[in-house]
Design a binder for this molecule. Structure first.
Ligand code: LER
Ligand code: MN
Length: 284
């Protein structure tokens, strides 16, 4: 009886958390160009996060995309996600919004994401969504929510998920916290639309890690970098364990991309990935 109890205790409190930590440690990627895939793989990463505008070129004809699709096929790692969605001059809020024109661009991006094997498209686009001076915040929220709804419905047909990315207030005046992004995801209430947590932006906005738990099933993707100068994790030694503990409690099953300013990516990457993994294992 006693042996059985000890066995159950070890499974529940040691083995399960270890396997959960290992699972997240195996879902680390980097925002980088596809030609960095061999470096990423060697450093213990499992995917590449590309730039949507530069890699999927949604405003360019299919012929321009060909070489990129070939590079995706040849890459030693999958392209799991993409950020940098809409160009700054394609207005997502304000008096000049044209939803059909935005969708024209968005639909091409989603179709091409599917072709390249990309599963998550990050909807940051801080300049494009910035609310113009004097424009109603309520109306802008309505415009953005309507856009998210249309993107989600279209993305569902291609098995792609859209993740709203909250950004620090120095980059945009609209959706600066994970809680604000979650509120929009809840309103849209569609399985192909969720929220992203970029720990760098959360630290800049002093948002607590509990927001990850509150986001619950709407949390689809994460980014990570240190607070002060957006350095690679491990450079200044920022403590990310409150975020990882929150991800554990939230039962997070998404991925984690390093998105930072490298001094020298080739030299720094392996140590940075190792420091993230160490913090994950400490937190679970
Ligand atoms: C910009 O600061 C950022 O975090 C990117 O992920 C935007 O797509
Ligand atoms: Mn980010």
């Amino acid at each position: 009886m006693k042996t059985r109890f000890i066995f159950l205790f070890v499974v529940l409190f040691c083995i399960v958390p270890f396997l959960q930590a290992q699972s997240l440690a195996d879902r680390i990627g980097v925002c980088a160009s596809v030609n960095k895939a061999p470096l990423l793989k060697q450093a213990g990463c499992s995917y590449v996060e590309i730039g949507i505008r530069s890699f999927l070129v949604p405003d360019k004809p299919d012929s321009i995309l060909e070489a990129n699709l070939q590079a995706a096929k040849d890459a030693v790692l999958p392209l799991y996600s993409g950020n940098s969605f809409f160009p700054g001059d394609l207005r997502l809020t304000g008096p000049d919004v044209c939803l059909d024109k935005i969708m024209e661009y968005g639909e091409v991006a989603i179709r091409r994401a599917r072709e390249a094997g990309i599963k998550v498209l990050v909807l940051g686009s801080g300049s494009a969504r910035n609310i113009p001076d004097g424009f109603s915040r309520e109306e802008a929220t309505g415009q953005f929510t309507a856009l998210c709804r249309r993107l989600a419905r279209y993305a569902a047909g291609y098995d792609v998920c859209i993740a709203i990315e909250p950004l620090q207030s120095s980059e945009t005046n609209f959706i600066n916290t994970v809680r604000e992004g979650t509120a929009i995801a809840e309103k849209v209430n569609h399985p192909n639309l969720g929220v992203l947590a970029d720990f760098f932006h959360m630290l800049r906005e002093n948002e607590d890690a509990e927001a990850l738990v509150d986001a619950g099933k709407w949390l689809k993707h994460c980014h990570i970098a240190e607070k002060e100068i957006r350095s690679a994790p491990g450079v200044k030694g920022d403590d990310f364990t409150p975020f990882f503990k929150a991800l554990h409690r939230a039962g997070y099953t998404g991925s984690l991309s390093i998105e930072c300013k490298w001094e020298n990516m080739d030299d720094q990457l392996a140590a940075s990935v190792a420091s993230i993994k160490e913090q994950i294992y400490k937190s679970y």
